[in-house]
Design a protein around this ligand. Structure first.
Ligand SMILES: *Cc1c(COP(=O)(O)O)cnc(C)c1O
Length: 229
């Protein structure tokens, strides 16, 4: 093992230990959490190392980068790609080819473009904007039901639940408590759509306390991004 990969293994152990602690503090079973390692800006070789460490869920926020890495790692068995960034409608069909789930459904045009009646299925999360800034991704809170219903009607997309990024100017626990309320609204439309995609390197403990089921963790596991833009 190279020095870099033993450091990576150390960070994986550390983060999974902290996730388990946060789950136990919230009286939750760590086994019900899916941890997605967000590998953006890192080379496909990092995805290989994560796979060798037993990790299977990886995330990307840009289509071209995701598509290229998925191709480069196509030989790895059981790997699941989660698309977590803003998706252009015209790329949605291509994203379907490699992604097992899209966490950022926030526009009718993207939902419609991602839909498919070819018999395949992809998991979908409705992203909600927890800020007042319309430039941030996600539907406005008042449009949540409309977006969830659109996904429920879309062939080839299984509605899993909601997704959000904590605002910069609000205590994450408070923001995630609001997200939990929105999750309950979606569950009242579809009892199976119980997933909550929330929690990043600096706020996953707060997200776990508020019911997150899918954590999206980048730098705490991958280390600093090589050429972060
Ligand atoms: C980059 C990214 C993450 C991971 O962020 P870290 O702070 O590095 O853990 C999670 N979610 C989304 C949508 C991202 O773009």
């Amino acid at each position: 093992m190279t020095a870099d990969s033993s450091e990576l293994a150390g960070r994986v152990d550390d983060v999974f230990g902290r996730i388990a602690d946060a789950a136990r503090s919230a009286s939750r079973d760590p086994a019900e959490l899916t941890t997605i390692v967000v590998t953006k800006f890192h080379p496909a070789s990092l995805v290989r190392e994560l796979h060798a460490l037993g990790l299977r869920d990886v995330g990307e926020n840009r289509h071209q980068e995701a598509q290229a890495k998925a191709l480069e790692t196509a030989d790895l068995s059981g790997l699941r790609w989660h698309f977590v960034g803003q998706l252009q409608s015209k790329k949605a069909r291509q994203a379907r080819a490699y992604a097992s789930s899209v966490h950022s459904l926030d526009r009718d045009s993207v939902i419609d473009a991602l839909a498919s009646d070819d018999g395949s299925v992809i998991d979908g999360f409705v992203q909600v904007n927890l800020t007042d800034d319309p430039a941030r991704g996600g539907v406005r809170e008042q449009d949540l039901e409309k977006a969830a219903l659109r996904v429920l009607e879309a062939p080839g997309i299984v509605l899993r639940g909601v997704m959000a990024v904590a605002p910069l100017d609000e205590e994450p626990g408070r923001a995630f408590a609001r997200l939990r309320g929105m999750s309950e609204r979606v569950i009242s439309l579809d009892r199976a759509a119980t997933a909550i995609s929330a929690g990043m390197s600096h706020d996953f403990a707060e997200a776990i306390a508020e019911g997150a089921t899918h954590l999206r963790i980048g730098t705490a596991i991958t280390g600093n991004r090589p050429d972060a833009r």
